[in-house]
Design a protein. Structure first.
Length: 420
């Protein structure tokens, strides 16, 4: 089948570098004699069988957008695989417009829609997906970062460094809640690069629900340990994905909280930072310790930033390879770069057979990458409880006697990292 008309569609949240993918796809499509068609607002209008929200894209239109943030075509979280009628509408609209190939730019929430479109069209519409997510959580090979992550981390590091300086200057603590659902890649990447005092991600707790008290234990321990070291300030980062691990019985808001088009909890509806601050400061105040803690959400500022040059280059490689693959007859694939060359991962490999949704990769807390991050955090570890002199110092800093200090943090033992 000859590919003559290539659609370009963006799904999920904005991510730096998306415009560079669009630009590269348009330029390469035109050079190969194809017609690139840009669809506005992701799959939203197509799912209603509207065919007006699209236009033929030109090289002049995209020639200077590769270093521009945001998404020039707009985006949406419409999941056409969730409803047979929406899927039929989408394929009918694409067929009406004579689309032969589709470059779908998105993350785990785009995977099943991309597979469904190619399946529903009986292969007449070939689909290549470009992995885009500041969360870096799509289940592509481990060495592959998803588009947008590096720039989002860079911007996040700049914000956290400013908070760290403010904390030092004013003698206070900041508790930053960082975007990234449901995994902790972005939070850990920012915290490790900025050398935040402590970074807490969902994966470190293992399977099962996470209690608010579990998080408060770690934050309180970090504050006490810093006080024992003569420091009255610091920055702790929490992954917003922790909210999804909370037991609804403990956090009443989870029962009625809004959810997005994919059924995910809108984690910004849960004030994680304020809940942790209240729990920690109440504990400390009962023991006569006054600590100023300010919560800060770090999220939407990261999504539409102008891409770093390396990420703009990465994006152009992905867009180029996606169009080449379609024109060469390929489809039902995710394009990645490995060892400097394009590698195509079957879309089916990125689909969770149980949930039917895009598979997500979690942070490997047994990896050296994570262990190095832990080694540079200031938080209570097993070694702190082995030396009586250290226990005594920590107890004084926390307003305890040594025995009470040990019993207070006894439940923390299961979360402590192994001896290194």
């Amino acid at each position: 089948m000859t590919v003559r008309r290539i659609g370009i569609v963006v799904g999920g949240g904005p991510a730096p570098g998306t415009n560079a993918v669009i630009a590269a796809a348009v330029i390469e499509a035109v050079k190969l004699g194809c017609v690139p068609i840009g669809f506005q607002d992701g799959l939203h209008w197509l799912a209603q069988r509207y065919t007006d929200e699209q236009h033929e894209m030109t090289i002049d239109e995209v020639s200077r957008v590769h270093l521009v943030g945001g998404v020039m075509l707009g985006t949406s979280r419409t999941d056409v695989a969730a409803d047979p009628a929406l899927l039929r509408n989408t394929v009918d609209a694409l067929r009406k417009l004579a689309i032969d190939g589709l470059v779908a730019i998105g993350g785990d929430d785009m995977v099943r829609s991309a597979i469904a479109i190619e399946r529903e069209s009986v292969g007449r519409i070939k689909v290549v997906m470009v992995p885009k997510s500041i969360d870096n959580d799509l289940a592509v090979p481990d060495q592959v970062t998803t588009l947008g992550y590096e720039t989002a981390r860079h911007v996040g590091v700049q914000l956290v460094m400013n908070l760290m300086e403010d904390a030092r200057t004013t003698g206070r603590w900041y508790l930053g809640v960082t975007m990234g659902r449901p995994t902790g890649h972005l939070t850990l990447g920012i915290g490790k690069a900025a050398s935040a005092t402590c970074t807490i991600i969902p994966e470190e707790f293992g399977p099962g629900p996470v209690r608010l008290a579990d998080i408060a234990d770690i934050v309180e321990g970090s504050i006490i340990k810093r006080r024992a070291l003569g420091r009255r300030h610091g920055v702790v980062l929490l992954s917003e994905g922790l909210v999804e691990r909370f037991d609804p019985a403990e956090v009443e808001e989870l029962e009625d909280v809004d959810r997005d088009a994919q059924g995910n909890i809108r984690v910004t509806e849960i004030d994680l930072g304020r809940k942790v601050i209240n729990a920690v400061t109440l504990r400390l105040e009962k023991r006569g310790i006054k600590v100023s803690v300010v919560d800060k959400t770090i999220g939407y500022e990261l999504r539409c930033a102008a891409p770093l040059p390396m990420e703009a280059e990465y994006a152009r490689d992905l867009g180029f390879a996606a169009v080449r693959h379609l024109v060469g007859g390929g489809g039902r694939a995710v394009v990645t770069l490995q060892d400097g060359a394009p590698r195509f991962v079957p879309l089916a490999d990125c689909l969770d057979p149980v949930t039917g949704r895009g598979r997500q990769r979690a942070v490997d807390v047994t990896s050296e990458n994570y262990q190095v991050a832990r080694a540079y955090m200031v938080r209570l570890e097993q070694a702190d409880f082995a030396d009586p002199a250290t226990v005594a110092s920590l107890a004084v800093a926390g307003g305890f006697d040594p025995d009470r200090f040990r019993s207070h943090f006894a439940r923390l033992d299961l979360q402590l990292s192994p001896q290194r």
